[in-house]
Ligand binder design. Structure first.
Ligand code: CA
Ligand code: CA
Length: 153
C-alpha cells in the first residue's frame, strides 16, 4: 500500500479554527491574518493557534501563499500592501537565514528572493516575508504586515 495522496487525506486541519483552509497541493492548512504588528507577535499568534508561521517548502507552496493573500485582499486596510506578509524565517545570530524550524532556506526547499533582496534596507531587516510569491527581508517590528500561519495536519 502506498501512502494516501494529498487529495485523499482528511480536509481537517486539526484545529477548531475556520480561518485555516486546507490546501491539497501542499498538504497543509493556511490562515491569513490581515495586520500583525511584529514578526515575533506573528510567530506567537500562529503558535497559539496550533500552527507556525508558514514555511515555503516548494515553488508550489510559494504560489499557494501568493494566492492566499490575493484572495484576502478584502481585509486589506488601505495603507497595507496586500502582496506582502510575514512568514516563518529570519536572520540568525550568525547572519544566515533560517526557518522557524531551524532549517536553511535551501534545506526547507525554497530560496528564491525577490529581485534585489535581501537588501537589508537601512541595515535593519532581520525578519522574513513573502512579497508577490518571492522572499524578502523586512524590519521585524517597525512596519506591521499581514502574516500567514501554516498547520501541517
Ligand atoms: Ca510549508
Ligand atoms: Ca528587503
Amino acid at each position: 500500500m502506498s501512502d494516501l495522496s494529498d487529495t485523499q487525506r482528511s480536509p481537517s486541519c486539526g484545529v477548531n479554527d475556520k480561518g485555516y483552509e486546507w490546501e491539497p497541493s501542499t498538504g497543509s492548512c493556511y490562515k491569513y491574518h490581515p495586520i500583525i504588528k511584529s514578526w515575533r507577535r506573528a510567530r506567537d499568534i500562529c503558535l497559539h493557534e496550533g500552527g507556525q508561521l508558514a514555511i515555503i517548502n516548494s515553488v508550489t507552496e510559494s504560489l499557494v501563499l501568493k494566492n492566499i493573500y490575493l484572495k484576502n485582499q478584502i481585509y486589506r486596510p488601505p495603507h497595507m500592501d496586500p502582496n506582502h506578509a510575514f512568514i516563518g524565517f529570519r536572520k540568525s545570530n550568525d547572519g544566515n537565514w533560517v526557518t522557524v524550524n531551524g532549517q536553511s532556506l535551501a534545506e526547507a526547499g525554497f530560496d528564491r528572493w525577490a529581485p534585489g533582496e535581501p537588501n537589508n534596507y537601512n541595515g535593519a531587516e532581520e525578519c522574513g516575508s513573502i512579497r508577490v510569491g518571492l522572499l524578502n527581508d523586512w524590519p521585524c517590528s517597525k512596519h506591521p504586515l499581514p502574516c500567514i500561519c501554516e498547520i501541517t495536519p
